[in-house]
Design a protein around this ligand. Structure first.
Ligand SMILES: NC(=O)c1ccc[n+]([C@@H]2O[C@H](COP(=O)([O-])OP(=O)(O)OC[C@H]3O[C@@H](n4cnc5c(N)ncnc54)[C@H](O)[C@@H]3O)[C@@H](O)[C@H]2O)c1
Length: 396
Protein backbone atom coordinates (compact mmCIF):
# COMPACT_ATOMS: atom_id res chain seq x y z
CA UNK A 1 0.00 0.00 0.00
CA UNK A 2 1.50 3.32 -0.98
CA UNK A 3 1.17 6.66 0.70
CA UNK A 4 1.07 10.13 -0.72
CA UNK A 5 -0.43 8.94 -3.99
CA UNK A 6 -3.83 9.34 -5.58
CA UNK A 7 -5.62 6.14 -6.55
CA UNK A 8 -8.91 5.30 -8.23
CA UNK A 9 -11.52 3.54 -6.13
CA UNK A 10 -15.22 2.75 -6.02
CA UNK A 11 -17.07 3.95 -2.96
CA UNK A 12 -19.71 1.97 -1.10
CA UNK A 13 -22.52 3.26 -3.28
CA UNK A 14 -20.86 2.00 -6.42
CA UNK A 15 -19.84 5.49 -7.57
CA UNK A 16 -16.27 5.75 -8.76
CA UNK A 17 -13.96 8.40 -7.52
CA UNK A 18 -10.37 8.80 -6.51
CA UNK A 19 -9.24 8.65 -2.93
CA UNK A 20 -6.13 10.06 -1.40
CA UNK A 21 -3.70 8.59 1.00
CA UNK A 22 -2.37 11.12 3.41
CA UNK A 23 1.31 11.07 4.20
CA UNK A 24 2.07 10.96 7.91
CA UNK A 25 5.07 13.15 7.16
CA UNK A 26 3.94 15.63 4.53
CA UNK A 27 6.53 16.07 1.83
CA UNK A 28 8.28 12.81 2.64
CA UNK A 29 8.12 10.72 -0.51
CA UNK A 30 10.16 7.87 0.95
CA UNK A 31 7.05 6.36 2.55
CA UNK A 32 8.58 3.05 3.47
CA UNK A 33 11.66 4.01 5.46
CA UNK A 34 10.28 2.23 8.53
CA UNK A 35 8.42 -0.26 6.44
CA UNK A 36 10.19 -3.56 7.13
CA UNK A 37 7.65 -4.87 9.67
CA UNK A 38 4.11 -5.72 8.64
CA UNK A 39 1.56 -3.13 9.69
CA UNK A 40 -1.33 -3.70 12.07
CA UNK A 41 -4.53 -2.69 10.28
CA UNK A 42 -7.19 -0.75 12.20
CA UNK A 43 -10.39 -0.02 10.27
CA UNK A 44 -12.20 2.96 11.76
CA UNK A 45 -8.74 3.84 13.05
CA UNK A 46 -9.37 7.59 13.25
CA UNK A 47 -12.36 7.01 15.54
CA UNK A 48 -12.38 7.12 19.31
CA UNK A 49 -11.52 3.47 19.95
CA UNK A 50 -9.27 3.12 16.91
CA UNK A 51 -7.12 6.19 17.58
CA UNK A 52 -6.52 5.16 21.19
CA UNK A 53 -5.43 1.67 20.13
CA UNK A 54 -3.30 3.14 17.33
CA UNK A 55 -1.59 5.45 19.81
CA UNK A 56 -0.73 2.55 22.14
CA UNK A 57 0.66 0.43 19.31
CA UNK A 58 2.59 3.28 17.70
CA UNK A 59 4.04 4.26 21.07
CA UNK A 60 5.42 0.71 21.30
CA UNK A 61 7.09 1.15 17.91
CA UNK A 62 4.60 -0.94 15.92
CA UNK A 63 3.63 0.07 12.38
CA UNK A 64 -0.05 0.87 12.06
CA UNK A 65 -2.29 1.28 9.03
CA UNK A 66 -5.53 3.15 9.49
CA UNK A 67 -8.46 2.72 7.13
CA UNK A 68 -11.16 5.28 7.82
CA UNK A 69 -13.45 7.31 5.57
CA UNK A 70 -13.55 10.13 8.17
CA UNK A 71 -17.33 10.18 8.09
CA UNK A 72 -17.61 10.63 11.88
CA UNK A 73 -17.56 14.29 12.76
CA UNK A 74 -14.53 15.27 14.85
CA UNK A 75 -12.34 12.25 14.08
CA UNK A 76 -10.07 14.22 11.76
CA UNK A 77 -8.68 15.74 14.97
CA UNK A 78 -7.69 12.27 16.12
CA UNK A 79 -5.95 11.71 12.82
CA UNK A 80 -4.07 14.97 13.14
CA UNK A 81 -3.00 14.04 16.68
CA UNK A 82 -1.68 10.65 15.53
CA UNK A 83 0.18 12.21 12.58
CA UNK A 84 1.80 14.84 14.80
CA UNK A 85 2.71 12.34 17.49
CA UNK A 86 3.91 9.39 15.45
CA UNK A 87 4.77 10.54 11.95
CA UNK A 88 6.27 7.91 9.76
CA UNK A 89 5.12 4.76 11.55
CA UNK A 90 1.60 5.50 10.35
CA UNK A 91 -0.07 4.61 7.03
CA UNK A 92 -3.38 6.29 6.45
CA UNK A 93 -6.00 5.25 3.93
CA UNK A 94 -9.17 7.23 3.46
CA UNK A 95 -11.56 4.94 1.59
CA UNK A 96 -14.60 3.01 2.68
CA UNK A 97 -15.01 -0.50 4.10
CA UNK A 98 -17.78 -1.01 1.56
CA UNK A 99 -15.11 -1.15 -1.14
CA UNK A 100 -13.95 -4.77 -1.27
CA UNK A 101 -10.92 -4.32 -3.50
CA UNK A 102 -9.50 -1.57 -1.31
CA UNK A 103 -10.16 -3.60 1.83
CA UNK A 104 -8.36 -6.58 0.28
CA UNK A 105 -5.39 -4.36 -0.54
CA UNK A 106 -5.28 -3.03 3.03
CA UNK A 107 -5.45 -6.52 4.57
CA UNK A 108 -2.98 -8.23 2.22
CA UNK A 109 0.21 -7.64 4.21
CA UNK A 110 -1.29 -6.88 7.65
CA UNK A 111 0.08 -8.76 10.65
CA UNK A 112 -3.12 -8.27 12.70
CA UNK A 113 -6.51 -6.70 12.01
CA UNK A 114 -8.84 -4.73 14.26
CA UNK A 115 -12.18 -4.03 12.60
CA UNK A 116 -13.89 -1.00 14.18
CA UNK A 117 -15.21 0.96 11.16
CA UNK A 118 -18.96 1.17 11.57
CA UNK A 119 -22.15 3.13 11.47
CA UNK A 120 -22.28 3.41 15.24
CA UNK A 121 -25.66 4.87 16.20
CA UNK A 122 -29.01 3.15 16.78
CA UNK A 123 -30.76 6.43 15.90
CA UNK A 124 -29.08 6.77 12.48
CA UNK A 125 -29.79 3.11 11.74
CA UNK A 126 -33.51 3.79 12.26
CA UNK A 127 -33.33 6.64 9.71
CA UNK A 128 -31.31 4.74 7.10
CA UNK A 129 -31.31 0.99 7.71
CA UNK A 130 -29.89 0.16 4.29
CA UNK A 131 -26.78 2.30 4.71
CA UNK A 132 -26.40 0.91 8.23
CA UNK A 133 -26.53 -2.63 6.82
CA UNK A 134 -24.11 -1.85 4.01
CA UNK A 135 -21.47 -0.43 6.35
CA UNK A 136 -21.84 -2.78 9.30
CA UNK A 137 -22.83 -6.12 7.78
CA UNK A 138 -21.49 -5.84 4.23
CA UNK A 139 -18.38 -3.95 5.36
CA UNK A 140 -17.57 -6.72 7.84
CA UNK A 141 -18.19 -9.42 5.24
CA UNK A 142 -15.78 -7.59 2.92
CA UNK A 143 -13.17 -7.62 5.63
CA UNK A 144 -13.70 -11.32 6.37
CA UNK A 145 -13.37 -12.15 2.70
CA UNK A 146 -10.18 -10.13 2.53
CA UNK A 147 -8.78 -11.97 5.57
CA UNK A 148 -9.86 -15.38 4.23
CA UNK A 149 -8.08 -14.74 0.95
CA UNK A 150 -4.69 -14.15 2.54
CA UNK A 151 -2.46 -17.23 2.54
CA UNK A 152 -1.70 -16.90 6.25
CA UNK A 153 -4.78 -15.01 7.53
CA UNK A 154 -4.01 -12.24 10.05
CA UNK A 155 -5.84 -12.59 13.39
CA UNK A 156 -8.95 -10.40 13.58
CA UNK A 157 -10.67 -8.66 16.50
CA UNK A 158 -14.16 -7.31 15.77
CA UNK A 159 -16.12 -4.92 17.98
CA UNK A 160 -19.76 -5.88 18.33
CA UNK A 161 -22.22 -4.51 20.85
CA UNK A 162 -24.34 -5.49 23.84
CA UNK A 163 -27.35 -4.52 21.69
CA UNK A 164 -27.20 -8.06 20.24
CA UNK A 165 -28.90 -9.17 23.48
CA UNK A 166 -31.93 -6.95 22.84
CA UNK A 167 -33.69 -4.86 25.43
CA UNK A 168 -33.65 -7.59 28.14
CA UNK A 169 -37.36 -7.04 28.64
CA UNK A 170 -37.73 -10.26 30.65
CA UNK A 171 -35.56 -8.93 33.51
CA UNK A 172 -37.32 -7.65 36.62
CA UNK A 173 -35.96 -4.58 38.34
CA UNK A 174 -36.37 -2.75 41.59
CA UNK A 175 -36.85 0.93 40.94
CA UNK A 176 -34.45 2.85 43.19
CA UNK A 177 -34.10 6.60 43.61
CA UNK A 178 -31.38 6.95 40.99
CA UNK A 179 -31.21 3.56 39.23
CA UNK A 180 -32.80 0.27 38.25
CA UNK A 181 -31.41 -2.81 39.90
CA UNK A 182 -32.03 -6.43 38.76
CA UNK A 183 -34.06 -8.57 41.11
CA UNK A 184 -32.09 -11.66 40.03
CA UNK A 185 -29.12 -11.90 42.39
CA UNK A 186 -26.78 -13.58 39.91
CA UNK A 187 -27.37 -10.92 37.29
CA UNK A 188 -26.99 -8.19 39.90
CA UNK A 189 -23.65 -9.60 41.05
CA UNK A 190 -22.15 -10.79 37.76
CA UNK A 191 -23.97 -9.02 34.91
CA UNK A 192 -25.06 -10.46 31.57
CA UNK A 193 -23.04 -13.41 30.28
CA UNK A 194 -22.43 -14.68 26.77
CA UNK A 195 -25.00 -17.50 27.21
CA UNK A 196 -27.77 -14.92 27.06
CA UNK A 197 -29.83 -15.63 23.88
CA UNK A 198 -29.22 -13.31 20.97
CA UNK A 199 -32.15 -11.01 20.26
CA UNK A 200 -31.28 -8.31 17.75
CA UNK A 201 -33.20 -5.08 18.29
CA UNK A 202 -33.07 -2.07 15.95
CA UNK A 203 -31.41 -2.06 12.51
CA UNK A 204 -28.09 -1.30 14.24
CA UNK A 205 -28.55 -4.34 16.51
CA UNK A 206 -29.31 -6.45 13.41
CA UNK A 207 -26.40 -5.22 11.29
CA UNK A 208 -23.84 -5.50 14.10
CA UNK A 209 -25.38 -8.80 15.17
CA UNK A 210 -25.12 -10.18 11.63
CA UNK A 211 -21.50 -9.06 11.47
CA UNK A 212 -20.84 -10.61 14.89
CA UNK A 213 -22.23 -13.96 13.70
CA UNK A 214 -20.32 -13.82 10.41
CA UNK A 215 -17.05 -13.33 12.30
CA UNK A 216 -17.74 -16.32 14.52
CA UNK A 217 -18.77 -18.42 11.56
CA UNK A 218 -15.72 -17.50 9.46
CA UNK A 219 -13.57 -18.66 12.36
CA UNK A 220 -15.53 -21.92 12.46
CA UNK A 221 -16.02 -22.57 8.73
CA UNK A 222 -12.84 -21.13 7.22
CA UNK A 223 -10.71 -21.44 10.36
CA UNK A 224 -9.51 -17.87 10.28
CA UNK A 225 -8.27 -16.65 13.70
CA UNK A 226 -11.00 -14.25 14.78
CA UNK A 227 -13.00 -13.20 17.82
CA UNK A 228 -15.71 -10.78 18.83
CA UNK A 229 -15.97 -8.25 21.67
CA UNK A 230 -19.60 -7.46 22.56
CA UNK A 231 -18.96 -4.11 24.14
CA UNK A 232 -20.75 -2.00 26.70
CA UNK A 233 -20.31 1.81 26.76
CA UNK A 234 -16.70 2.79 26.29
CA UNK A 235 -15.53 6.28 27.24
CA UNK A 236 -12.38 8.37 27.44
CA UNK A 237 -10.17 10.93 25.69
CA UNK A 238 -10.50 11.36 21.91
CA UNK A 239 -14.21 10.59 22.06
CA UNK A 240 -16.34 13.18 20.31
CA UNK A 241 -19.62 11.91 21.74
CA UNK A 242 -22.93 13.23 20.50
CA UNK A 243 -26.56 12.62 21.34
CA UNK A 244 -26.62 9.50 19.16
CA UNK A 245 -23.49 7.76 20.42
CA UNK A 246 -20.92 8.25 23.15
CA UNK A 247 -23.28 9.48 25.87
CA UNK A 248 -20.70 9.96 28.64
CA UNK A 249 -18.57 12.28 26.48
CA UNK A 250 -21.73 13.92 25.13
CA UNK A 251 -22.92 14.82 28.65
CA UNK A 252 -19.49 16.21 29.52
CA UNK A 253 -19.30 18.30 26.33
CA UNK A 254 -22.79 19.69 26.98
CA UNK A 255 -21.86 20.57 30.56
CA UNK A 256 -18.65 22.28 29.43
CA UNK A 257 -20.51 24.27 26.78
CA UNK A 258 -23.27 25.23 29.24
CA UNK A 259 -25.84 23.54 26.98
CA UNK A 260 -28.91 21.59 28.12
CA UNK A 261 -28.72 17.81 28.40
CA UNK A 262 -31.68 15.73 27.21
CA UNK A 263 -32.44 12.51 29.06
CA UNK A 264 -34.56 10.00 27.14
CA UNK A 265 -36.59 7.96 29.66
CA UNK A 266 -36.34 8.53 33.40
CA UNK A 267 -32.53 8.58 33.64
CA UNK A 268 -32.39 5.52 35.87
CA UNK A 269 -30.98 3.37 33.05
CA UNK A 270 -27.84 1.62 34.28
CA UNK A 271 -24.74 0.98 32.20
CA UNK A 272 -21.36 -0.50 32.98
CA UNK A 273 -18.85 1.89 31.51
CA UNK A 274 -15.31 0.97 30.55
CA UNK A 275 -12.43 3.41 30.33
CA UNK A 276 -10.65 3.27 26.98
CA UNK A 277 -7.21 2.32 28.39
CA UNK A 278 -8.74 -0.82 29.88
CA UNK A 279 -10.32 -1.68 26.54
CA UNK A 280 -6.98 -1.24 24.77
CA UNK A 281 -5.42 -3.65 27.29
CA UNK A 282 -8.15 -6.15 26.41
CA UNK A 283 -7.45 -5.77 22.67
CA UNK A 284 -3.75 -6.50 23.17
CA UNK A 285 -4.53 -9.54 25.33
CA UNK A 286 -7.05 -10.77 22.75
CA UNK A 287 -4.38 -10.80 20.04
CA UNK A 288 -1.82 -12.31 22.40
CA UNK A 289 -4.15 -15.20 23.35
CA UNK A 290 -5.85 -15.55 19.95
CA UNK A 291 -5.11 -19.27 19.65
CA UNK A 292 -7.27 -20.20 22.62
CA UNK A 293 -9.87 -17.47 22.12
CA UNK A 294 -10.60 -17.77 18.39
CA UNK A 295 -14.19 -18.44 17.32
CA UNK A 296 -15.68 -16.90 20.48
CA UNK A 297 -17.58 -13.78 21.47
CA UNK A 298 -16.80 -12.07 24.78
CA UNK A 299 -18.79 -9.54 26.74
CA UNK A 300 -16.50 -6.61 27.49
CA UNK A 301 -17.41 -3.68 29.73
CA UNK A 302 -16.78 -2.18 33.11
CA UNK A 303 -18.74 -5.00 34.81
CA UNK A 304 -20.70 -4.74 38.08
CA UNK A 305 -17.84 -2.76 39.71
CA UNK A 306 -18.17 0.08 37.20
CA UNK A 307 -21.84 0.89 36.80
CA UNK A 308 -23.54 4.24 36.66
CA UNK A 309 -27.01 5.50 35.81
CA UNK A 310 -27.65 8.58 33.70
CA UNK A 311 -28.88 10.46 36.78
CA UNK A 312 -25.77 9.46 38.72
CA UNK A 313 -23.53 10.71 35.91
CA UNK A 314 -25.34 14.05 36.08
CA UNK A 315 -24.59 14.19 39.81
CA UNK A 316 -20.92 13.40 39.25
CA UNK A 317 -20.70 16.02 36.51
CA UNK A 318 -22.35 18.56 38.79
CA UNK A 319 -19.53 17.90 41.27
CA UNK A 320 -16.75 18.09 38.69
CA UNK A 321 -18.12 21.06 36.82
CA UNK A 322 -19.70 22.96 39.67
CA UNK A 323 -23.13 24.53 39.59
CA UNK A 324 -26.44 23.36 38.19
CA UNK A 325 -26.68 21.51 34.90
CA UNK A 326 -29.58 22.22 32.63
CA UNK A 327 -31.47 18.95 32.05
CA UNK A 328 -34.75 18.04 30.43
CA UNK A 329 -36.57 14.76 29.89
CA UNK A 330 -38.06 13.15 26.75
CA UNK A 331 -39.74 9.81 26.00
CA UNK A 332 -37.75 6.55 25.96
CA UNK A 333 -35.89 5.87 22.72
CA UNK A 334 -36.44 2.73 20.62
CA UNK A 335 -34.52 -0.36 21.81
CA UNK A 336 -33.13 1.41 24.89
CA UNK A 337 -32.16 -1.02 27.63
CA UNK A 338 -33.24 -0.23 31.22
CA UNK A 339 -30.13 -2.01 32.38
CA UNK A 340 -27.05 -3.48 30.82
CA UNK A 341 -23.99 -4.68 32.71
CA UNK A 342 -21.51 -7.11 31.17
CA UNK A 343 -20.31 -10.25 32.88
CA UNK A 344 -16.67 -10.14 31.79
CA UNK A 345 -15.53 -13.18 33.76
CA UNK A 346 -15.09 -15.41 30.73
CA UNK A 347 -12.57 -13.13 29.01
CA UNK A 348 -10.98 -12.22 32.35
CA UNK A 349 -10.59 -15.88 33.31
CA UNK A 350 -8.89 -16.76 30.02
CA UNK A 351 -6.54 -13.78 29.81
CA UNK A 352 -6.17 -12.31 33.30
CA UNK A 353 -7.80 -9.05 32.16
CA UNK A 354 -9.79 -6.84 34.46
CA UNK A 355 -10.64 -3.14 34.34
CA UNK A 356 -8.33 -0.91 36.38
CA UNK A 357 -9.91 2.52 36.01
CA UNK A 358 -12.96 3.19 38.18
CA UNK A 359 -15.93 5.30 37.13
CA UNK A 360 -15.03 8.41 39.13
CA UNK A 361 -11.40 8.45 38.03
CA UNK A 362 -12.29 7.73 34.40
CA UNK A 363 -15.00 10.37 34.14
CA UNK A 364 -12.67 12.91 35.74
CA UNK A 365 -9.94 12.08 33.22
CA UNK A 366 -12.39 12.47 30.34
CA UNK A 367 -13.71 15.72 31.81
CA UNK A 368 -10.21 17.15 32.17
CA UNK A 369 -9.22 16.11 28.66
CA UNK A 370 -12.30 17.68 27.11
CA UNK A 371 -12.00 20.80 29.27
CA UNK A 372 -8.37 21.29 28.22
CA UNK A 373 -9.29 20.87 24.55
CA UNK A 374 -12.33 23.11 24.43
CA UNK A 375 -10.47 25.91 22.67
CA UNK A 376 -9.09 23.60 20.00
CA UNK A 377 -12.47 21.97 19.59
CA UNK A 378 -13.31 23.77 16.40
CA UNK A 379 -9.79 24.20 15.18
CA UNK A 380 -8.85 21.06 13.22
CA UNK A 381 -6.00 21.92 10.87
CA UNK A 382 -7.31 22.98 7.49
CA UNK A 383 -5.57 20.30 5.41
CA UNK A 384 -7.12 17.42 7.30
CA UNK A 385 -10.51 19.05 7.69
CA UNK A 386 -10.60 19.91 4.01
CA UNK A 387 -9.62 16.37 3.08
CA UNK A 388 -12.38 14.96 5.26
CA UNK A 389 -14.92 17.31 3.71
CA UNK A 390 -13.91 16.43 0.18
CA UNK A 391 -13.87 12.69 0.86
CA UNK A 392 -17.29 12.87 2.46
CA UNK A 393 -18.67 14.72 -0.52
CA UNK A 394 -17.18 12.07 -2.81
CA UNK A 395 -15.30 14.73 -4.78
CA UNK A 396 -11.71 13.57 -4.49
N1 LIG B 1 -17.77 3.48 21.85
C1 LIG B 1 -18.63 2.62 22.36
O1 LIG B 1 -19.18 2.84 23.44
C2 LIG B 1 -18.95 1.34 21.62
C3 LIG B 1 -19.81 0.40 22.23
C4 LIG B 1 -20.10 -0.78 21.55
C5 LIG B 1 -19.55 -1.04 20.31
N2 LIG B 1 -18.74 -0.09 19.74
C6 LIG B 1 -18.15 -0.39 18.42
O2 LIG B 1 -16.76 -0.07 18.47
C7 LIG B 1 -16.33 0.42 17.20
C8 LIG B 1 -15.61 1.75 17.38
O3 LIG B 1 -16.51 2.69 17.97
P1 LIG B 1 -16.06 4.19 18.27
O4 LIG B 1 -16.72 4.59 19.52
O5 LIG B 1 -14.60 4.34 18.12
O6 LIG B 1 -16.81 4.95 17.09
P2 LIG B 1 -16.25 6.13 16.15
O7 LIG B 1 -17.44 6.64 15.39
O8 LIG B 1 -15.45 7.09 16.93
O9 LIG B 1 -15.28 5.32 15.16
C9 LIG B 1 -15.76 4.66 14.01
C10 LIG B 1 -14.89 5.12 12.84
O10 LIG B 1 -15.32 4.43 11.65
C11 LIG B 1 -15.27 5.34 10.57
N3 LIG B 1 -16.21 4.87 9.55
C12 LIG B 1 -17.57 4.93 9.58
N4 LIG B 1 -18.07 4.41 8.45
C13 LIG B 1 -17.02 4.00 7.71
C14 LIG B 1 -16.91 3.37 6.45
N5 LIG B 1 -18.00 3.06 5.72
N6 LIG B 1 -15.67 3.09 5.96
C15 LIG B 1 -14.54 3.43 6.68
N7 LIG B 1 -14.60 4.03 7.88
C16 LIG B 1 -15.83 4.30 8.39
C17 LIG B 1 -15.66 6.70 11.16
O11 LIG B 1 -15.18 7.79 10.40
C18 LIG B 1 -15.02 6.62 12.55
O12 LIG B 1 -13.74 7.21 12.56
C19 LIG B 1 -17.57 0.47 16.33
O13 LIG B 1 -17.62 -0.71 15.56
C20 LIG B 1 -18.72 0.48 17.32
O14 LIG B 1 -19.91 -0.09 16.78
C21 LIG B 1 -18.42 1.08 20.36
Amino acid sequence: MTRGKTNAAANGNGRHHNFKTLSATPGNTNARTNGKSKPILITGGAGFVGSNLAHRLLSAGRRVRLLDNLSRSGVERNLQWLIETHGDLLDIEVPDVRNLSIVKEAVKDASQVFHFAAQVAVTSSLGDPIEDFEINARGTLNLLEAVRNVHNPPPLVFTSTNKVYGNLADLQFTNGVTRYSPVNRLIRERGIGEKRPLDFHSPYGCSKGAADQYVIDYARTYRIPALVFRMSCIYGPHQYGNEDQGWVAHFVIRALNGEPITIYGDGKQVRDILFIDDLVDAFLLAQQHMKKLTGNAFNIGGGPQNTISLLELLDLLGELHGGELSVHFEDWRAADQRYYVADTNRFGGLTGWKPKVGVREGVQRLYEWLAAGTQQFHAAPVAVRELARVVEAGKV
